[in-house]
Design a binder for this molecule. Structure first.
Ligand code: PMP
Length: 483
């Protein structure tokens, strides 16, 4: 199907109609997407890209079971959350079943930012305190008060730290304050939380919440050291604060072993927030908390949150995660990725660290292994070189030098091998200084089509898509029905 607008028109119109600050993947020759399926994206020339970054399309782009559920409910009824609605309570029952018993009450919202905003409101109402502790490179959303607890945006947005915000070091044992050679880094990083609390109290302040991810995406998928969260949560609770786990990026089975990321660290937060993966691209978000905390705020309404279409979509996403065994797949495919990257790490002077859990993986690109100095430019060139090989990956983290992989959960070991092999070749080129990536325009004035490097595109692996424990009378649409 031919797009109505040319590539050039689309790019020019985007540049004139959207704010400059709206981030576009690839300033130079951005990809114009027209279609997505499973872990693949297709551009307007029919090129297929392997997608390593769309964590929003959690169970696969346009998963037909999810699309069907949304379409069916949209044709039947959608209302605001003020009416009784079966889909909503059914959805709550199902999502609560994935959580520890005490987390049993839901608030519906439409974005991760809204969820974190609500979580802070609940924490303040419940504790009667004001202050929030966050990690020093956190990102928690684009609502004003969340930017205040998102130090990763402070410099760019000219935000000056407010008195009610307290930052603590990210528990990063590769690049952080305490490294892999420290004895008990988990305890040392948790003591930083204790110190921050003590300082706040000494200044007459009180802690309402410690807001953090448990696998820290904003710092490039940092997997915190043993016992960090156990001790940090204890310190926060002793000060009368609540612990909020932001599962916007790493929840819903992404870490493989468990449905929620915090479960990897043997802690139970007081409030969980989640957005992105819940609706597989349909905007929906949740705050899940205890009954006592949930009851602490005054009247709450949200026009779109929990509407029947969102809930139908959410139920379908949960179906797919279960039926396609996506947790065990994330675990084994994540291991393929980690093993693959670790196998090539010794050959690459610029590959500093490989880390992650499940399908949340970071690869640090550094100037050299001794200094660990972040190699931002090389990481950026690497992302472009991977794009030439029809693999979409991005360089993120505080220094933009971490290649991040957070693909749709239907990613396969075959995909993993392809990514590792492509990165092996591309990074070798960069290391040899023989890199010719054709980045001739600095800030994207180019309007040409993306260059095409012929590649043998691997056919999609459908082994993850089989229905193993079909329930009777459950109508389920598969990719094969629509392809
Ligand atoms: N928390 C984390 C960890 C995130 O990564 C994001 C979005 N990137 C948000 C919150 C905000 O979510 P949203 O963009 O849906 O508002």
């Amino acid at each position: 199907e031919k797009p109505e607008l040319s590539y050039k028109q689309t790019l020019q119109m985007r540049r004139s109609y959207l704010g400059k600050s709206v981030k576009l993947h690839f300033d130079v020759k951005p990809v114009k997407l027209v279609r997505g399926s499973r872990q693949y994206l297709y551009d307007d020339s029919g090129n297929e890209y392997l997608d390593c970054i769309s964590n929003v399309s959690h169970v696969g782009h346009c998963h037909p079971h999810v699309v069907h559920a949304g379409q069916e409910q949209m044709a039947k009824l959608t209302t605001c959350s003020g009416f009784l609605n079966e889909k909503m309570v059914d959805y709550c029952k199902r999502i609560i079943a994935t959580l520890p018993d005490k987390l049993c009450v839901c608030y519906f919202l439409n974005s991760g930012s809204e969820a974190n905003d609500m979580a802070l409101r609940l924490a303040r109402a419940f504790t009667g305190h004001d202050d929030v502790i966050c990690l020093d490179n956190a990102y928690h959303g684009n609502i004003e008060q969340l930017l205040e607890v998102s130090p990763s945006r402070w410099k760019k947005c000219g935000i000056i730290k407010k008195d009610w915000v307290h930052t603590v070091p990210c528990p990063d044992t590769y690049r952080g304050k305490y490294r892999e050679d420290s004895q008990n880094p988990g305890l040392l990083y948790a003591n930083e939380v204790k110190d921050a609390i003590n300082k706040a109290i000494a200044n007459g302040r009180n802690i309402a919440a410690f807001l953090s991810e448990t696998v820290i995406s904003s710092s490039g998928y940092i997997n915190p050291p043993d016992k960090y969260f156990k001790h940090a949560y204890r310190h926060v609770r002793e000060a009368g604060g609540l612990c909020i786990a932001d599962e916007v990026q790493v929840g819903m089975g992404r870490t493989g072993e468990h449905f929620w990321s915090f479960q990897n660290f043997d802690v139970i937060p007081d409030i969980v927030t989640v957005g992105k993966p819940l609706g597989n691209g349909h905007p929906m978000a949740l705050v899940i908390t205890t009954k006592e905390i949930a009851d602490s705020v005054c009247e709450y309404s949200n026009s779109f949150g929990g509407n029947p279409v969102a809930c139908a979509v959410g139920i379908a996403v949960l179906d797919v995660i279960k039926n396609e065994q996506m947790l065990s797949s994330a675990k084994s495919v994540g291991k393929c990725l980690l093993d693959g990257f670790r196998a090539i790490l010794p050959n690459h002077p610029m590959m500093g660290d490989v880390r992650g859990i499940g399908l949340a993986i970071g690869v640090e690109i550094v100037m050299d292994k001794e200094s660990r100095k972040p190699a931002k430019e090389a990481a950026e060139i690497l992302a472009y070189k991977m794009k030439e090989k029809k693999i979409i990956i991005s360089n993120e983290g505080p220094d933009k030098n971490v290649m991040c992989l957070i693909p749709p959960m239907c990613f396969t070991c075959e995909n993993a091998r392809r990514v590792v092999q492509a990165m092996d070749i591309a990074l070798s080129d960069i290391e040899k200084g023989a890199s010719e990536v054709g980045l001739t325009t600095a800030t994207g004035s180019s309007t040409d089509q993306c260059e095409v490097v012929p590649l043998n595109i691997l056919s999609a692996d459908t082994s993850q898509l089989s229905d193993s424990d079909d329930e009777p009378n459950v109508k389920r649409v598969r990719y094969d029905d629509v392809d």
